[in-house]
Design a protein around this ligand. Structure first.
Ligand SMILES: Nc1ncnc2c1ncn2[C@@H]1O[C@H](COP(=O)(O)OP(=O)(O)O)[C@@H](O)[C@H]1O
Ligand SMILES: O=C(O)C1=C[C@@H](OP(=O)(O)O)[C@@H](O)[C@H](O)C1
Length: 294
């Protein structure tokens, strides 16, 4: 789902393509990537033809201004932050290190609802010079602008799942994308066949944190969690626990796992809520690197 919180870094805001103010592609030596992204947008538009509306969103170029010298890329591995830890610079260095090994493969973020797939995914995409897509948003486009919640209500979950599989199939034919998948994408084995054409990353977030986040933003856009009344946190927590049980080990099929509990422990935080999305993105890159270098 779409992130609503302002990210701590000056990274992408996805704005309506009609309103976009294009930045010069030369910044950050991304002109080559810019051209690739333009080609990609064209390719993607030809794959995803919405039946009613076409409102593709474009990324704004990553702008990192930093006067620091190159920081060690494995800060999280060492478990300590330098005093003036610059997340943006670390992300930049780490992504530059990893990008050639990715060889254009897409990155699929999987995880429960609210695990930060969209928030972290956008940061990863900007850092790698990839395009970002939210599979739920693509499904909505495929179904002529019907929202996920309306789809569940009007046509049922299996209709939504069929469209989800079709969107993942189309995405699997592409390159240089970071994709935030829906939390339930992991339950169909066929979806793994598509996601395994790229690198999948499981954002593993404890249920308490998920329930807190979702209770704070509301459940309207997440039909599997929606309830009209009652204590939002308690109900969301219960529902999420049931879903997680049903999904069993499905998330563990991912190529790499990012445990926010592990990151918090390494950094000496007692609460995973102290972790910024950028720190989680850095850990995702570290885990992707381990997977690629296996
Ligand atoms: N690291 C984080 N710390 C605190 N809140 C976060 C973090 N990552 C995401 N959020 C918030 O949690 C909510 C769900 O995030 P989102 O990225 O939409 O998750 P998903 O795409 O996995 O459903 C949003 O309100 C988002 O701002
Ligand atoms: O977990 C799930 O089954 C779902 C998660 C949602 O996506 P997010 O994980 O982005 O909220 C969305 O695909 C749909 O409501 C079903």
């Amino acid at each position: 789902m779409e992130a609503t919180v302002a990210q701590s870094l000056q990274f992408s805001t996805w704005i309506d393509s009609d309103k976009i103010v294009r930045k010069p592609c030369g910044s950050f030596q991304f002109s080559q990537r810019c051209r690739e992204q333009q080609r990609l947008q064209i390719l993607i538009s030809s794959h995803f033809q919405p039946k009613r509306t076409a409102t593709w969103h474009r990324p704004v170029q990553l702008k990192v201004s930093c006067s620091y010298k190159k920081l060690p890329a494995s800060i999280l591995e060492s478990g300590s932050f330098p005093p003036a830890f610059d997340e943006a610079m670390t992300l930049k260095n780490k992504s530059e290190e990893i990008e050639p090994f990715l060889n254009g493969q897409c990155i699929y973020l999987v995880g429960m609802m609210g695990s930060g797939k969209t928030t972290v995914g956008r940061i990863l995409a900007e850092a790698l010079g990839y395009s970002f897509f939210d599979s739920d948003a693509l499904i909505e486009q495929e179904v002529g602008g019907t929202s996920v919640a309306e789809m569940f209500n009007q046509y049922g979950e299996s209709f939504f799942r069929d469209n989800e599989t079709e969107v993942l199939r189309k995405l699997s034919l592409m390159q240089r994308l970071v994709i935030s998948t829906g939390g339930g994408a992991v339950i169909r084995p066929i979806n793994w066949k598509y996601m395994q054409r790229g690198v999948s990353v499981w954002l593993d977030v404890p249920l308490e944190a998920l329930a807190r986040r979702i209770a704070a933003i509301g459940t309207k856009s997440r039909p599997l969690l929606h309830q009209e009344s009652g204590d939002a946190y308690a109900k969301t927590f219960m529902r999420l626990s049931t879903l997680l049980e049903e999904r069993g080990e499905a998330y563990a099929n991912a190529s790499a796992r990012v445990s926010v509990e592990n990151i918090a422990a390494k950094l000496g935080y007692s609460d995973v809520c102290n972790l910024t999305p950028a720190v989680i993105a850095i850990e995702a890159l570290t885990q992707i690197e381990s997977f690629l270098k296996k």
